[in-house]
Design a protein. Structure first.
Length: 365
């Protein structure tokens, strides 16, 4: 059957989903498929949703559900109801769900109950930390999917360990890295560091948003103290996630940060943040996607979490897992002095989107 006769629906809802979906969405359209984009609105801040869509070249969503914030149950339930309505109306041949956020699981549940095949983009990742809501989203989505698009070889091992038929799994590579390579030159050209008064290669970039860190007053306080200490050696650029800013304000932790050379900014669009990443001396993060982007860019990354679902970024990339231990922030200057050999990560080459699109069309016959 020609590609144009096939209708594929993407469900996106949070910043990383956009970067993962865009290369596949574009390749499918170029192949003549009909593609519907459903944005759940799980991230509702303009700088964390609308701007990413426009900067990544994704079209305006065909459907915007406006789910917004809430508990995990509330967010998942609202998205599930809204997605089901869309699928009942449009009856696509396949639903593609990227990543591991609540919208990912909601899209998978809505589709499986309507007997619509599901493709999970970035399947097989595991942190083996069941305290993370994302871990449950990943596992459940993989087990109801009929096409598993894998970005690293270790993910295949994880799927096999859980008894999932590897005939369903396809090692296509990392589609988010396609977005990085496609936009990094334009991102650098914006010179976003100039507005912050820092020099390329001479600052640290920080992202913190996970509830297990930012919702814990003791951990967040210790992290801020660690950043102040680190800023004595390197100025720190800290685009603050709305959730994190709320807790900083509640705990009175914002005062004194600019004087300590910890430079706060609102959330940034994709290109300014990518430009800052590309020219940073290092990153400190609790984000999964940042661990991947920095490995592709060759920038040192320090992860403030106990585990990573992306071990390839440690084994072959630039990532060092510090644990959920803010006291270890003080070690970063010494760690930066130590060489870290890296190797090219297989299929993180900027061509994963077309490989994923070809796999999806083949699966549909």
């Amino acid at each position: 059957m020609p590609a144009g006769a096939r209708h594929i629906t993407f469900v996106v809802g949070a910043r990383p989903n956009f970067m993962k979906a865009a290369p596949v969405h574009r390749a499918l359209q170029e192949a003549g498929a009909e593609v519907t984009l459903v944005h759940t609105g799980q991230h509702y801040d303009a700088e964390m949703s609308d701007v990413f869509l426009s900067q990544l070249g994704l079209p305006k969503p065909d459907v915007f559900l406006g789910v917004g914030s809430g508990t995990h149950g509330q967010q998942t339930a609202k998205a599930l109801v809204g997605i089901e309505e869309v699928l009942l109306e449009r009856r696509p041949d396949m639903v593609v769900v990227p990543g591991d956020v609540n919208s990912t699981l909601a899209g998978a549940l809505a589709a499986v109950k309507l007997d619509i095949p599901i493709a999970h983009l970035e399947a097989g990742l595991r942190s083996y930390d069941n305290r993370m809501p994302e871990e449950h989203n990943r596992v459940l989505t993989d087990h109801v999917s009929s096409v598993l698009l894998v970005h690293s070889e270790s993910a295949l091992d994880n799927l096999a360990r859980e008894g999932i038929d590897l005939e369903l799994a396809h090692f296509v590579g990392n589609t988010m890295i396609d977005s990085v390579f496609a936009h990094v030159d334009a991102a650098r050209a914006e010179k976003p560091w100039e507005a912050l008064g820092v020099e390329p290669g001479d600052y640290g970039l920080v992202t913190l948003h996970r509830p297990e860190l930012v919702d814990d007053p003791a951990l967040l306080t210790a992290t801020v103290e660690g950043l102040k200490g680190l800023a004595a050696t390197y100025p720190i650029v800290f685009p603050v996630h709305p959730r994190t800013r709320q807790h900083l304000i509640e705990l009175g932790l914002e005062s004194g940060l600019p004087e300590a050379r910890v430079l706060l900014s609102p959330p940034l669009g994709y290109l300014p943040f990518l430009g800052l990443q590309a020219e940073a001396g290092f990153l400190l993060t609790d984000s999964g996607g940042v661990q991947e982007e920095t490995s592709a860019l060759g920038v040192r990354c320090f992860t403030l979490r106990d585990a990573t679902e992306r071990p390839v970024t440690v084994e072959l990339g630039t990532n060092t897992v510090l644990g959920a231990r803010p006291d270890r922030i003080a070690e970063i200057p010494l760690l930066l002095e130590q060489e870290r050999p890296t190797r090219e990560i297989p299929k993180w080459d900027g061509a994963a989107g077309p490989r994923a699109a070809e796999t999806l069309l083949h699966a549909l016959g």
